[in-house]
Design a protein around this ligand. Structure first.
Ligand code: SF4
Ligand code: SF4
Length: 292
C-alpha cells in the first residue's frame, strides 16, 4: 500500500509558485521542464502552483487552490499593479523562507511598467469601455520594491536551464550560478558572427545579461534586451553605437523601453542619447568636413 505523506511528515522542502500582473510565460517555463519535472517532485513538494492545479479534482469537487504554507521556496512571477497585490506580496514574503522573483515583470516591472512614463487614466480610457470599474495603481513595480527578495532571475520569459539551476542551488544550499556578463559572450561561444560589426544591425547584446544562448543574433536579428541589463553595462558606448547604426534619439529611447523599461540601469539612456548628438564623433559623422 502506498501511503501519501502529508505536509507535516513530508521531509521534502515546500515549493510555491505565485502570480501577479504577468502573462504566465515564466510559470510555463517551469511546466516546460518536462524531462526534469518528475525528478524535481522527488526533491521538492509543490505545495502551491495554480497554473498546474486542475480546477476540479477526480471527485468532481473544486480543488483547493491556496497552499498550506509555510513555504521553503517561493517563486514569484509578475509585477505589483494593484493595492491588493501590494498587500498579498507581504503575506507571501512572511510565509516564505526564500523568495525568488522570476522574469522581467517580477524583477523590473515588465512591459506593463510603460505606464510609469505615461498617464494611467489615459490608458484606461483608451482600453476599457468602463474604466471606472478598474482599480489599479499608477505604476507597475518589481517585487523588490515591496519586500526583500533573495534572488532575481531575469528574462522574458526566463530560461529553463537557469530556473533549474536556481532550484538546484536552493536544494544544495548554495548561491545560484547565473552569469552576469553580456549576450556578446554567448555569441562568441557559439561562433556567431557579430551582426553589428558585420552588417551594422542595431543590437543590445553588449549591455544585456546572458542566459538565452544569444538566440536572436544567431538568427540574424539584433538583441532587444529581454534579459535586462548586465552587471555594469557601458550604456554610453552602447548609445554611441546605436546612433552610429542609424538610430534617432527617439528610437534609442524606445528600444530600451520594452520588457525592462524601468530598470534603474537604463535611467540615464535619454540623457546619453541627447549628449551623444553633441559628441565629437557624432559631429564628425554628421559634418565630416568640420574638425571635431
Ligand atoms: S516576464 Fe515575460 S514571459 Fe514572464 S510573465 Fe512577464 S511578460 Fe510573461
Ligand atoms: S532579445 Fe536578446 S536576450 Fe532576448 S532572447 Fe534575443 S538575444 Fe537573448
Amino acid at each position: 500500500m502506498v501511503t501519501e505523506l502529508g505536509p507535516a511528515t513530508d521531509p521534502r522542502p515546500a515549493l510555491a509558485v505565485w502570480k501577479f500582473a504577468s502573462c504566465d510565460g515564466c510559470q510555463l517555463t517551469l511546466l516546460d521542464c518536462e524531462d526534469e519535472l518528475l525528478g524535481l517532485t522527488e526533491r521538492v513538494r509543490i505545495d502551491h502552483f495554480v497554473e498546474m492545479t486542475p480546477v476540479e479534482g477526480a471527485d468532481g469537487k473544486r480543488a483547493r487552490l491556496e497552499g498550506r504554507g509555510p513555504y521553503d521556496l517561493s517563486l514569484v512571477e509578475g509585477s505589483i499593479t494593484t493595492a491588493e497585490d501590494a498587500e498579498r506580496i507581504q503575506g507571501i514574503r512572511c510565509a516564505s523562507r526564500y523568495l525568488v522573483t522570476i522574469g522581467a515583470c517580477a524583477t523590473a516591472g515588465g512591459i506593463q511598467a510603460l505606464r510609469d512614463f505615461a498617464d494611467v487614466d489615459e490608458f484606461l480610457a483608451a482600453v476599457y469601455a468602463h474604466p471606472e470599474y478598474i482599480a489599479t495603481l499608477e505604476t507597475s513595480t518589481p517585487i523588490s520594491a515591496h519586500v526583500p527578495v533573495d534572488f532575481e532571475l531575469r528574462g522574458c520569459p526566463i530560461d529553463r536551464r537557469q530556473l533549474l539551476e536556481v532550484i538546484t542551488a536552493f536544494l544544495a544550499g548554495r548561491k545560484p550560478q547565473v552569469p552576469s556578463h553580456s549576450v556578446c559572450f554567448e555569441c562568441k561561444r557559439r561562433g556567431t558572427t557579430c551582426i553589428t560589426v558585420a552588417h551594422g544591425t542595431p543590437c543590445l547584446g553588449p549591455v544585456t545579461q546572458a542566459g538565452c544562448g544569444a538566440i536572436c543574433p544567431a538568427y540574424g536579428r539584433g538583441c532587444y534586451g529581454c534579459f535586462g541589463p548586465m552587471r555594469r553595462p557601458n550604456l554610453r558606448s552602447m548609445v554611441a553605437q546605436l546612433r552610429h547604426d542609424g538610430m534617432s534619439e527617439q528610437d534609442i529611447q524606445r528600444v530600451f523601453r520594452t520588457f525592462n523599461a524601468t530598470s534603474p540601469e537604463y535611467a540615464s539612456v535619454p540623457d546619453l542619447a541627447v549628449e551623444e548628438r553633441h559628441s565629437p564623433r557624432a559631429r564628425r559623422e554628421t559634418h565630416p568636413e568640420r574638425p571635431a
